[in-house]
Design a protein around this ligand. Sequence first.
Ligand SMILES: Nc1ncnc2c1ncn2[C@@H]1O[C@H](COP(=O)(O)OP(=O)(O)OP(=O)(O)O)[C@@H](O)[C@H]1O
Length: 264
Amino acid sequence: MKQTSKHIIKASNLSIGYTSKKDTLTVARDLSINLNAGNLVCLLGKNGIGKSTLLRTLTKVQPELNGEIFINNSKLETLTNNELAKTLSLVLTERLPDSSLTVFELVALGRQPFTNWIGYLTNEDMEIIQSAFEKTNTKHLMDSKCYELSDGQLQKVLIARALAQNTPIIVLDEPTAHLDLHHTVNTFSLLKNLASEFNKTIIISTHEANLALQLADELWLMSPSKFVSGKTEELIEKNELDQLFDSKLISFNKSLKQFTITNS
Ligand SMILES: Nc1ncnc2c1ncn2[C@@H]1O[C@H](COP(=O)(O)OP(=O)(O)OP(=O)(O)O)[C@@H](O)[C@H]1O
């Protein structure tokens, strides 16, 4: 099923959650998404609110409970695995199983949707892989074994693999979860640059709310009562950030455009 829309990701009346034989857990309902290409989106919300569930649903890792999702005007459920792998790449934070793959081999796996059945890499594949190493500044790690990498290095290498996959959409679930401040800012800047310079559509779930406020083009805010999305400035103007954490300890400071600790 095809739609004609300018939005690279579109969802309406979307409900997400989990079904078991016994019952259904609805994590969030009636979500509406209209995302333009080339934007860096940060998905914010407190622990357990449903960020991973939403990203897993948008990437077809799990089915939606209700509603429709369109990626590049095609209904998500009609896309084959190969079509999907050419459209979006997913970067998860879990450590790889103790893998003796080299970093080069891991990044080259990003070309899998495009290679033939023996996985032969063409000159074009090699150029795309080289460019992925250059953009992420990870060339020096090429010959290392994946198990030798620090969390920060692994995160960059996983972004390189997503770039080797060369998809218009990259989805990252908490990409900076284990990183220090320097590497967190570095990763956000890299993703921002990929969106603005290479027109990638990048969606990140994160707890780095203050960084997201500074760098994201668009925010998706999940709270128990609602889901809102929009340009960062517009959401600030509409006071949408006030309800995000429902906490007496932190509040949103509109003039600073940052969350601050509440004075007791
Ligand atoms: N496989 C699963 N089966 C059933 N319920 C699940 C499953 N995975 C997550 N949940 C539940 O869904 C809800 C949303 O979880 P989710 O992991 O999406 O939250 P999150 O916003 O990503 O949290 P965090 O910021 O802590 O990573 C939680 O109540 C969680 O317990």
